[in-house]
Design a protein around this ligand. Structure first.
Ligand code: PEP
Length: 245
């Protein structure tokens, strides 16, 4: 497949999965990618507990590390939270903010997400800002309006192609095995493109697997993938990266 500009990003979100036993998959992934010239950037966002342990495993590869969330403040009395500065300190180059699971489980609003994205920028991290409609929104024909509202509310001033990635993740497609049609993906990505820097990467996320990756990644304005379940096994993740072979 011809490489599109900007350089695509395939990012794996391990979510709350992984113990030191998962280092085996990280080692497999590193072994498979060592010395390989890739047409996309590759990132793994492990749970925070594993970042420092995985870092040496990825040494000598182009696999980058990212966090799954950050607090808006740099430090302070926020028990259990992690700041963007802390993620940068342990070697992350990016952080996911506004994932629908954070929006649902922790009541994060567009404003919270924007503050987290600002924190990422402050710490020198790329903010991977997630947006996406629910099934009810889609059935009611509200998808583009919801996306537009989330973009306006979640993307901070100063966001540019170097410090921000947008991840379009229909909530109903996450972890369900369901995906929108390529026409539906193209429609949403085209709409997002009208509101972003032309070089800003727009990822698609939601049940991306080796079997559907090439088709989804070929859609206009899709500049990579945010992958959940299929990033946990090196062989599956490689199967997705191969969409850019
Ligand atoms: C995600 O959680 O960002 C995601 C896309 O999950 P999955 O690939 O499992 O649908």
């Amino acid at each position: 497949m011809a490489q599109k500009s900007p350089k695509p990003l395939v990012a794996g979100n391990w979510k709350m999965n992984g113990t030191t036993a998962s280092l085996r998959e990280a080692r497999l992934l590193a072994g498979m990618l060592k010395g390989v010239r890739l047409k996309c950037e590759v990132m793994i966002c492990p749970p925070a507990t594993l970042i420092s342990t995985i870092k040496p495993v990825f040494k000598g590869t182009r696999i980058r590390l990212g966090g799954q969330d950050c607090h808006g403040q740099a430090n302070g009395a926020h028990t259990g939270d992690i700041s963007a500065e802390m993620l940068a300190d342990v070697g992350c180059g990016a952080v996911i903010v506004g994932h629908s699971e954070r929006r649902t489980d922790h009541g994060e609003t567009d404003e919270t997400v924007r503050m987290k994205a600002e924190a990422a920028h402050r710490a020198g991290l790329i903010a991977i800002i997630c947006i996406g409609e629910t099934l009810a929104h889609r059935k009611n024909g509200e998808t583009l309006a919801v996306i537009s509202r989330q973009l306006a509310g979640s993307v901070p001033e100063g966001a540019n192609a170097a410090n921000t990635v947008i991840a379009y993740e229909p909530v109903w497609a996450i972890g369900t095995g369901l995906t929108p049609t390529t026409v539906e993906v193209a429609e949403v990505h085209a709409s997002i493109r009208t509101k972003t820097d032309p070089d800003m990467r727009i990822l698609y996320g939601g049940s991306v697997k080796p079997a559907n990756a090439a088709e989804l990644m070929a859609v206009t304005n899709v500049n990579g993938a945010l992958v959940g379940g299929a990033s946990l096994k090196a062989a599956d993740f490689i199967g997705i990266i191969k969409a850019y072979a």
